[in-house]
Design a protein around this ligand. Structure first.
Ligand code: RFL
Ligand code: PHB
Length: 392
């Protein structure tokens, strides 16, 4: 078969790109190695920047998000047992974020793709990329024991951190930058009312804690944990006890607990691979970069990458290569700002095993500065709601 663009990976980046290309009249296939249920079962991001929600509206897939998502104009930064509200709206001139799960967003995109009759292959095995250094790239895969080859003009590598796309690039063409943090996040999902109507980021001597949500009846909580912790070692009761210890007293008292419906551990890392283009292969989303979840930036970066990519491809089919040539540099400028922000927010909020009393004092001074200086508060807020798209 032949298409203009072969999209490898059917997570949020791949599905968003699919919709963007469809709107631009560019035909594409999405090739996903897992089943649809598996992709929808991964509990991940929860916070969408305003730019991401606007993108979903532009694509005509925002209706359910507006019905069921929760608009948040601020969050709480807690330390020393006290709450400090970061008023996003006031600090950014009216910007807000949307709490809407990645699973829901992906579901909406999958539905829109199916309704438009666009082709997606699930459970593709042995996916491999070929000839993207020339004019006629190909993607091969097997499905149900049958081998397929897709000829295309371009390959979009939207297959996440562990995908085949970045791995297909010769190592000497890639420069990678990485920071691995000495802790992870243990996350729990429960059908209990959230402890607060806004998100609460807590710096505590025992480690970071985050109170988030998916709906007024479904909570999402995270605890900083050690890298050798195992989910099986954390009973629900142990999780709730530890969360109560880290929360400010009024929240600890209000916390409603219940059986977990999902529990997982994610290690934290920052990672960037440069460039994001090799001939006719373009990397987007987690395939090219990873940020720790503290700043809620990963999914939003995937959205801005594919926005640039769709625009560049539309320009190409209209006769200009400029966008394609600027794709990598333009993405990376925004990516590095989000990498910086996520690293900074992670460093501010977590307990580091090796920084001792000095590190804690500096964290404390910075938190104090943040809540008293409108300039510092505004810098946090404008990054949290999302920096503007770069232009080329
Ligand atoms: P994904 O979601 O990993 O999707 C990649 C898809 O590619 C498939 N795949 C392949 N397909 C074909 N052939 C192959 N060889 C393939 N190999 C893999 C995979 O099965 C998968 O379906 O990457 P994508 O689309 O770039 O999306 C990125 C986001 O998923 C990620 O950045 C966010 O989840 C990060 N993140 C958050 N981001 C936010 O913006 N806001 C948040 O609040 C937020 N919270 C989080 C997060 C990530 C977390 N974890 C678990 C790391 C919270 C957590 C705990
Ligand atoms: C989430 O709800 O999963 C979530 C929210 C905010 C973050 C990270 C994750 O910073």
């Amino acid at each position: 078969m032949r298409v203009q663009v072969a999209i490898v990976g059917g997570g949020p980046a791949g599905h968003l790109l699919g919709q963007l290309l469809h709107r631009a009249g560019i035909d594409a296939i999405v090739i996903e190695q897992r089943s649809q249920d598996y992709v929808l079962g991964r509990i991940r991001a929860g916070v969408l920047e305003q730019g991401t929600t606007e993108l979903l509206d532009e694509l005509g897939v925002g209706a359910r998000m507006h019905r069921e998502g929760l608009v948040h104009g601020g969050f709480s930064l807690d330390f020393d047992g006290a709450h400090h509200r970061i008023d996003l709206q006031q600090l950014t001139g009216g910007k807000q974020v949307m709490v809407y799960g990645q699973t829901e967003l992906t579901h909406d995109l999958m539905d829109a793709r199916a309704a438009a009759g666009l082709k997606t292959v699930y459970e593709a095995e042995q996916v491999s990329l070929h000839d993207f250094d020339g004019e006629h790239p190909k993607v091969r895969y097997t499905n149900g024991g049958v081998s397929y080859e897709v000829e295309c003009d371009f390959i979009a590598g939207c297959d996440g951190y562990h995908g085949v796309s970045r791995a297909s690039v010769p190592a000497n063409s890639l420069q990678t930058y990485e920071r691995v943090y000495p802790f992870g996040w243990l996350g729990i999902l429960a059908d209990t009312p959230p402890v607060s109507h806004e998100l609460v980021y807590t710096n505590h001597a025992r480690g970071f804690a985050l109170c988030s949500m998916r709906s007024p009846r479904r909570s999402r909580y995270y605890l900083q944990c050690s890298l050798d912790d195992k989910v099986e070692h954390w009973s629900d009761a142990a999780f709730w006890d530890e969360l109560r210890r880290r929360l400010a007293p009024d929240l600890a008292e209000r916390l409603v607990t219940g059986p977990s419906i999902e529990k997982s551990i994610a290690p934290l890392r920052s990672f960037v691979a440069e460039p994001m283009r090799f001939g006719r292969l373009f990397l987007a989303g987690d395939a090219a970069h990873i940020v720790p979840p503290t700043g809620a930036k990963g999914l939003n970066l995937a959205a801005s990458d594919v926005r640039y990519l769709a625009r560049a491809l539309a320009e190409f089919y209209a006769g200009s290569r400029t966008g394609l040539d600027h794709y990598s540099d333009t993405c990376l400028r925004r990516v590095w700002k989000a990498v910086r922000f996520s690293w900074w927010f992670t460093s501010l909020m977590h307990k580091f095993p090796d920084t001792g009393g000095f590190g804690q004092k500096v964290q404390h001074a910075e938190l104090d500065y943040l809540i008293h200086s409108p300039a510092a508060g505004a810098a946090l807020a404008e990054n949290y709601v999302g920096l503007p798209l770069e232009t080329w």
